[in-house]
Structures are given as C-alpha cells and as structure tokens.
Design a protein around this ligand. Sequence first.
Ligand code: FBP
Length: 262
Amino acid sequence: MIPGADSAITRDGKALILAYDHGLEHGPVDFEPVPETTDPATVFDVATHGAVTAVAVQKGVAEAYYPSYEDDVSLLAKLNGTSNLWMGEPDSSVNWSVDYAAELGADAIGFTVYGGSNHEVEMFEEFRQAQEAARDHDMGVVMWSYPRGQGLKDDTSPGTIAYASRLGLELGADIAKVKYPGSADAMEWAVDSAGDMKVVMSGGSKTSDEAFLSTVREAMDAGANGLAVGRNVFQRENPEAILDGLEAVIFEDASVDEALAA
Ligand code: FBP
C-alpha cells in the first residue's frame, strides 16, 4: 500500500467503483434484467454520475469504449478475469498488461486473487508482477480478494473475509474489495485486519433499494471506505436513483431513510 496511490479513483478517501466485467465473469445473463446494459455505452453513461469514482472493465471494453469517456470517468483496468464456462479450481487469466492499461489511460488496476485456491501460488506471483508494474506507472492497485476453492468451506465467513482484507495489505494493494461478511461486527474485523489499507464492500446480487442501502450503511459504519458494485446498480431500471442514494450514504454520511429520499 502506498498512501494516496488510489487518489485518482477515490473522493475524500472513499470509493464508489462501478464494476462492469460481468460479461466475462458471468456472461450476458447478467444483462437480461435491463437488456440495454448489454451495450457497454449504456453503463459508461451511468458511470458518468458524479458519485462514481471509477469504472472497472476488461481490456476489450476499455479499448472500444473508454476513449469516448476518458474526460468523464476514471478507468480501473480489471487485468485478470475468467468466465463462468471454466469449471476447474478457481483461477483467473491475466488478459492485459499494466503497460497496455496505462497506454489506454487507466488510473488504477484491478486484480482478482483467489486465496485458498489450488492456484493461489501462481495468482500471488501474477499479482506481484502487476502490483510492481502499477507502481512504476503511479497507478492505484485494487485487489478483488475472494478466498475460495477446495480448501474453503465458507467463503464469506467472518474469519475468511478478515483474512481476505489482510491479504490485500500483505501483498501490497491500496484497496481490497471483499464480499460482505454478513454483519457489521464481521465487517469491522475485516477493516481492522487491513491496517491503513482501504476496504470496500462488493455489491453482490441485486436486492431491494432499502436492503442494499442498509448493508452499505452497515459497512460504512464498520469503517469500510466505500463500495465496488455492479449488478445492484446496472440491473436497476433507474441506476441514477440508487447512485444518488449511495452517494448520500458513502460521501455524505446519510442515514438509509435520507438516502432513500435522495
Ligand atoms: P457485483 O456487485 O455485481 O457482485 O460485482 C462485483 C464483482 O466482483 C464483479 O466485478 C465480478 O464480475 C463479479 O462480482 C464476480 O462475482 P463472483 O465471482 O462472486 O461470481
């Protein structure tokens, strides 16, 4: 972690990252609730909302669409990723280099690490190369820290998520994105485990406005530094409305009721 390295993708030290790598990770099925989101331009338009501090996409989407949005949104280059068609032990191929991401104008890199997978050793080594190259370019480093694999019985237990955030600190991330461990106390443990490194909550599958804003409020109260979210924004008919609410909770310390009225 280098203090301030993530400043291009944070606001007041907090992040609201719009993740849109689902076409690779889950396939087009994630776009079915709002079919227009199949078109990356639709989601880049959403990402121009003032609350969004960065958009996280894979290489092909960045190449084709980011040039039209580079003045309006920061780019988080999600370097590795794998498809749902892969049935093996959790692993993720590195799909673009840090140098190429920098050439496309990326402000930060994003990298999935599946701690506990049989591929943990290779993934740590790939993360090392990406992290050190990002330092050469003064780019922030966000770890999607998702322990999973044969050795893990419960990949969202409090102990697992605290370990996930700690992995981010140990391996040199500026921000670790972790799954919500189910309670404010467990989230607090994850945040405390990360020292001064920032921890953001991962969005998860779509829930109601109230349920989602309540979970984000809990995470923020537990000391989280924001959110990296995909489906809970782009699977809504009115993504701007939930972004208004998230902006209120994350950046203005609003209550859930205030955010629902935002
Ligand atoms: P969501 O907010 O939609 O859960 O997106 C966050 C994210 O990490 C995406 O970047 C990624 O595509 C997806 O979740 C991966 O989820 P999983 O590996 O749990 O299926």
